[in-house]
Design a protein around this ligand. Structure first.
Ligand SMILES: [Zn+2]
Length: 431
């Protein structure tokens, strides 16, 4: 059914290089259907023999185009056919506005990429009047060709794990400008990217700030860093990742006390574990009261002391950047039964040169605050990794405008402690 009296909405033009013949509504799905012909008919010779071609009727091929005001839009291209006057073979008119293999217009492909940065595939499919499965397939085709763009690495490179599309994925960032460079599907993909000869800027990198968890992948230890980035002079472990990792290790070390406390409280060990990892400042009164009770229970007294050690650890390494309290912390941790936190002390002390620069360098401090925003950023909807990556890049690939607070001023003693830090380049990164 064709209704030629339809008016064209103001915000739409026919696809480039085409003229509209008529507009109608599709009876099946309410989509707007536009009949078009190419603007310029090229009088091209026969592609087979170079002879002269004669028009031989038109055939209609349907393409999907950008929806107009939420209404799906289809374009029927009345494609000119020819027959050669010399060799007799038939050929077709060409028009760069159509993606002939995929039955979409070029601008529809661009529109999908743009929408995927702020919306999920289900809602894009709905707007375009398209089957979700087809859109997903199309999207993967489009992003596969797009991700081949080479990226230049910044001088100060941040490497961090970020939760994207239901999994922890490695991300690269510029520490100085707080800008996301890219996010990778997996560690393997990141490795591939970094060792790729097409990425020649790894010699530019002089500073790497990384999550300590990444070392588990045996790719970002101090030794490997220098293979990857030959000019690195400063290697830093992010203090937030240090805190995460230390808390995880404290939980594991406290496991016998957690079990004992759970049975004394008649609760599950999971509930005690959950309470143990939470910051005291975030606790409700009742939860906070529950921890206070631990100190009077013989089964829970050690866990109580461990809890407050954990809290002070986070204060030192996250809140105050207060290194003068570190020695006090060690002394108290060593008074725990069986010196249970020795492992945590060893972790920090053995990596001292890499965990303390966070307090010295304002840009690293700003980067860590910013990274927390990236890690907390929630992408709504059911995204595939490719779509979630685009959404995350759209949000964080430009410098953040929000002013960031500087770290609290350092005491003289802290200044001295920091002045004694020697960096990776000068002492071989050990000790
Ligand atoms: Zn011919």
């Amino acid at each position: 059914m064709v209704n030629d009296s339809l008016k064209r909405p103001l915000n739409s033009d026919p696809p480039p290089n085409t003229n509209c013949i008529s507009l109608s509504w599709s009876d099946d799905d309410g989509a707007q259907v536009e009949q078009v012909v190419s603007t310029t008919i090229h009088d091209l010779p026969c592609p087979y023999c170079g002879g002269k071609r004669r028009p031989n009727g038109r055939r209609i091929v349907r393409y999907r185009d950008v929806p107009i005001d939420g209404v799906p839009h289809l374009v029927d291209w009345h494609r000119q056919h020819y027959r050669c006057t010399q060799c007799g073979r038939s050929s077709n008119e060409e028009n760069p506005t159509f993606e002939k293999e995929r039955f979409i217009t070029k601008r529809f492909a661009e529109w999908i990429m743009q929408e995927a940065r702020r919306s999920n595939l289900a809602s894009i499919a709905k707007q375009a009047g398209m089957n979700q499965v087809f859109l997903r397939r199309l999207f993967h085709f489009l992003t596969a060709t797009n991700s081949a763009t080479p990226v230049r690495l910044p001088r100060s490179l941040g490497v961090a794990m970020v939760k994207v599309a239901g999994g922890n994925r490695p991300a690269l960032a510029d520490v100085d400008t707080c800008v996301l460079v890219d996010v990778f599907d997996s560690m393997d993909e990141l490795k591939q990217f970094l060792v790729d000869k097409e990425t020649p800027s790894s010699t530019d990198v002089t500073c790497v700030v990384r999550d300590i968890e990444l070392e588990a992948a045996e790719f970002f230890g101090p030794g490997q860093l220098r293979d990857l980035f030959p000019n690195v002079t400063l290697s830093v472990i992010s203090s937030r990742s240090l805190a995460r990792s230390a808390v995880a290790s404290m939980v594991a070390l406290c496991e016998p006390w957690i079990e004992a406390t759970a049975s004394a409280e008649c609760r599950s060990p999971i509930s005690v574990r959950k309470l143990f990892v939470r910051r005291n400042q975030d606790l409700k009164r009742s939860a906070s009261g529950r921890i206070r009770k631990w100190q009077h229970m013989s089964e829970a007294a050690s866990l109580f002391r461990a809890y407050w050690l954990k809290e002070r650890f986070l204060e030192i390494w996250l809140d105050d950047a207060n290194l003068t309290r570190w020695q006090d912390w060690i002394d108290e941790a060593n008074r725990l039964p069986e010196q249970r936190f020795q492992e945590v002390i060893t972790l920090v002390e053995s990596r001292w040169n890499e965990v303390t620069p966070c307090f010295k360098d304002l840009s690293i401090f700003r980067y860590e605050r910013w990274l927390e925003d990236v890690q907390k950023y929630e992408i709504r909807g059911t995204h595939s990794f490719a779509a979630a990556r685009l959404a995350l890049l759209a949000k964080f690939e430009k410098p953040s405008e929000a002013p960031l607070a500087p770290p609290s001023s350092l005491s003289e003693e802290e200044e001295r402690a920091i002045a004694n830090i020697s960096y990776l380049g000068s002492n071989d990164g050990s000790g």
